[in-house]
Design a protein around this ligand. Sequence first.
Ligand SMILES: Nc1ncnc2c1ncn2[C@@H]1O[C@H](COP(=O)(O)OP(=O)(O)OP(=O)(O)O)[C@@H](O)[C@H]1O
Ligand SMILES: [Mg+2]
Length: 306
Amino acid sequence: MTQMAWRVDATGTMAPAGTITPPGHVEGAQHDERRTGDAWQPDTTSRIRTRGDVILDLQNISLAFGGVKALTDISFDVCEHEIRAIIGPNGAGKSSMLNVINGVYHPQHGRIVFRGEERRQMHPTAAARQGIARTFQNIALFKGMTVLDNIMTGRNTQFRTGLFAHALWWGPARAEEMRHRRKVEEVIDFLEIQAIRKTPVGRLPYGLQKRVELARALAAEPSMLLLDEPMAGMNVEEKQDMCRFILDVNHQFGTTIVLIEHDMGVVMDISDRVVVLDYGKKIGDGTPEEVKANPDVIRAYLGTSH
Ligand SMILES: Nc1ncnc2c1ncn2[C@@H]1O[C@H](COP(=O)(O)OP(=O)(O)OP(=O)(O)O)[C@@H](O)[C@H]1O
Ligand SMILES: [Mg+2]
């Protein structure tokens, strides 16, 4: 498949890049109908078919840090089961937007409606309890702890019994811990990281650390997953793996995904809809095709001289 593609250049900025080769066969991967043959074709049609109602509605969001306007009057929505990409040049406000969604930042203006309820000043743990999990632009794992223990921390919001009962490994606490361990093992199998489950995270290559971070987020069984540059710094093969896992999570569990990613080839291939930010303002919103054809978006990436 040959198509218009966008790439990040060596300086980290984005530009159309002629043609791209979609992610292909991944060594050792389980194959389904989307991954047979040489050309890998994301099954976007089935995703669009199953996309549900709006579950997150962001209205006129403005966020400033002193004199720095990180976000200015931004509105967009996210539908259940879709993969919604947020793109934009460096400093555009993408990470700030994710931080608004999961309650790390509280915007000065605007409304956030999640599953029909307006929420104000929500704390990240409350967002986690509502089913929102995330990964970070800079990996945030406990480097000295094993993969297994790191993923287990993703279950924290699910614990029902108290610390005392857990310390005694007693009755309901024991049953609960077994349930959590089972869930964690499921995630480990799903992301194909059995071989490294006892390895301290700090000893793993970058690409695998990113996968462990995804595993920790999935362990929380989120209904909405916020991914901040999950493929940054990865080689082509690692990106292919990560793309496959993101699509699998979306297809198999119906998880809604909000994705920040600089690799425009990936964004255009796997997203249902894309919102484009530039200098904290929204300059585009629509399907990948619509966004690619948007003159403001092209200008933002290429500069006015082009
Ligand atoms: N905690 C903060 N304190 C002060 N300024 C901040 C803070 N967080 C973000 N900013 C500023 O807000 C603007 C948007 O930053 P943000 O990190 O959201 O951009 P981004 O689109 O994620 O960029 P990148 O692609 O480089 O990750 C920048 O000017 C940044 O310096
Ligand atoms: Mg960022």
